[in-house]
Design a binder for this molecule. Structure first.
Ligand code: FES
Ligand code: FES
Length: 161
């Protein structure tokens, strides 16, 4: 199959690569660009593990063609910490400090989905958090701690204002 030219903006950098027209965004970012923070659990749109932010909104990268992402700004978990200092985003720090992850496979998708929520609604309540994360499955069943991590982040961010 002949390949197509693709310019993909990921975490603020533009990658010019050749891809098959049928390649998913998840596979291209993981295998061609080498950012393996995207996890593939179901690979069919059911679990949210492959979530990335596209222009600030969560999308399932296993369900999207890479060529359809051209012209957008993609963020993966690797782009979330401060690029200059390496300081973790408050949601990441909260997951580390408060045991928000067990095996960690769902974690990048959970954190990016939570980031999109907090960008849109900086003061969500527990129902808002659970609703926002409802498309992200955790096979370890760590939902309570994940929810607590996001709510703790909300408190931390409020206290830091
Ligand atoms: S791996 Fe994409 S939704 Fe499960
Ligand atoms: S921590 Fe293992 S899938 Fe969520």
């Amino acid at each position: 199959m002949s390949k197509m030219d693709l310019a993909l903006n990921v975490n603020g950098l533009t990658y010019e690569i050749k891809v098959e027209g049928t390649a998913t965004l998840a596979d291209v970012i993981r295998n061609e660009i080498g950012l393996t923070g995207i996890k593939l659990m179901c690979n069919e749109g059911d679990c949210g593990a492959c979530t990335v932010l596209m222009d600030g909104r969560p999308v399932l990268s296993c369900m999207m063609l890479a060529i359809d992402a051209e012209g957008t700004e993609i963020m993966t978990i690797e782009g979330l910490a401060d690029a200059d200092t390496g300081e973790l985003h408050p949601i990441q720090a909260s997951f580390v400090e408060r045991s928000g992850m067990q095996c960690g496979v769902c974690t990048p998708g959970m954190i990016l989905t939570a980031k999109a929520l907090l960008d849109e609604n900086p003061e969500p309540d527990e129902d808002d958090v659970r609703a926002a994360l409802s498309g992200n499955l955790c096979r370890c069943g760590n939902y309570q701690r994940i929810t607590e991590c996001v709510l703790f982040t909300v408190q931390e961010m409020k206290a830091g204002e």
